[in-house]
Design a protein around this ligand. Structure first.
Ligand SMILES: NC(=O)c1ccc[n+]([C@@H]2O[C@H](COP(=O)([O-])OP(=O)(O)OC[C@H]3O[C@@H](n4cnc5c(N)ncnc54)[C@H](OP(=O)(O)O)[C@@H]3O)[C@@H](O)[C@H]2O)c1
Length: 235
């Protein structure tokens, strides 16, 4: 499965940016962003982050490119963005990320235009599946001029996974929450995994009699993983 994740900080009105910047400064949320986007299980690998050109521009040049991550900018410009790769739309950026041999995971990090594209992609019958959304909810209305598409975290499409305790920093009250996006394709994928295991058992399972003499087919070493915390079977 080709999957990607989204990470964003949003206010009560789904605002994410104002005048080309984020309207809040929450150091521990920035730390969390760094932690999530850099986190890898295989040390020889790296995550990719995909962003729109305005988001790239909003990052201070002393932090660019964001280290230990493959930086990909979506832009129509043929300008050279030092230390970053460029692509002309989200799908080609995802494909570029996927083409790296050392890729572990992909994060779409904004801004508004790119999140909109991610929403469109999650509604399409695309081979790309939106997996997790890491959403920091900042209390208040900051009069933002760029918004996060609220359809991306509609309760019928997203399962709550976990949240960290609410915190106040620099007078901003915020809460970090993780959701799992439940695209139809993913649900079908899980069902497909289950059905194909049944098929493998029917075709290749070993027949043994159980205690009551009934013949049972079994196959050793098979495993299916489902995240029950998100209530995956409750549709
Ligand atoms: N709160 C958060 O978590 C968060 C996260 C990220 C950003 N932000 C904020 O969001 C704001 C930026 O968002 P934004 O919507 O203005 O811009 P953006 O999504 O970062 O970038 C938009 C630009 O990306 C390029 N682009 C996007 N889609 C494209 C496509 N399909 N084809 C070709 N190029 C495409 C275009 O650049 P070219 O003109 O170069 O073609 C477009 O002008 C800032 O205020 C930033 O601080 C907030």
């Amino acid at each position: 499965m080709k999957t990607f994740n989204i990470i964003a900080a949003i206010d009560e009105k789904f605002g994410i940016g104002k005048d080309g910047k984020m309207p809040w400064y929450i150091p521990s949320d920035l730390k969390y962003f760094k932690y999530i986007t850099k986190k890898i299980t295989d040390k020889s690998k790296m995550n990719a982050i995909i962003m729109g050109r305005n988001t790239w521009n909003s990052i201070s040049s002393k932090y660019k490119p964001l280290v230990d991550r493959i930086n990909i900018i979506v832009t129509n410009s043929d300008q050279d963005f030092f230390g970053a790769h460029t692509e002309i739309n989200l799908i080609s950026a995802l494909e570029l990320a996927y083409s790296f041999n050392n890729l572990e995971d992909i994060f779409v990090i904004g801004g508004g235009k790119i999140y909109e594209e991610a929403l469109n992609l999650s509604n399409l019958a695309s081979e790309w599946i939106l997996n997790k959304l890491y959403i920091t909810r900042v209390n208040g209305d900051f009069g933002c001029d760029v918004l996060f598409p609220r359809e991306l975290i509609q309760p019928n499409k997203c399962k709550f996974i976990e949240s960290l305790p609410e915190k106040i920093e620099n007078n901003f009250l915020f809460k970090i929450t993780t959701y799992e996006h439940m695209s139809n394709k993913k649900i079908m994928y899980q069902e497909h995994e289950y059905l194909s295991l049944l098929k493998r058992i029917m075709l290749h399972g070993k027949s043994k009699s159980n205690r009551t003499g009934i013949k049972v087919l079994s196959k050793f070493g098979e495993r299916l993983n489902f995240n029950l915390r998100g209530g995956v079977f409750l549709y």
